[in-house]
Design a protein. Structure first.
Length: 66
């Protein structure tokens, strides 16, 4: 669904542990935290707080944690 990025909690190069909220979106007056199910390293972040996003849009790239 379409939404707005409320917060970006990671940057490229960060290692995110399982369950960490990477990006928070607001859609239909509700906040949705996007988290990782297992440890991962953030390869790139393609959005910033305040950006409008659409379904299917790439928000961040992850790779297995070292």
């Amino acid at each position: 669904m379409n939404g707005r990025v409320v917060a970006v909690n990671v940057a490229a190069g960060d290692v995110a542990e399982a369950g960490r909220a990477l990006i928070v979106l607001e859609a239909m007056k509700m906040e949705h935290a996007l988290s990782v199910p297992h440890a991962a390293q953030v390869k790139a972040v393609h959005v910033a707080a305040g950006a409008q996003v659409a379904p299917g849009q790439l928000l961040a790239e992850l790779e297995p944690a070292p």
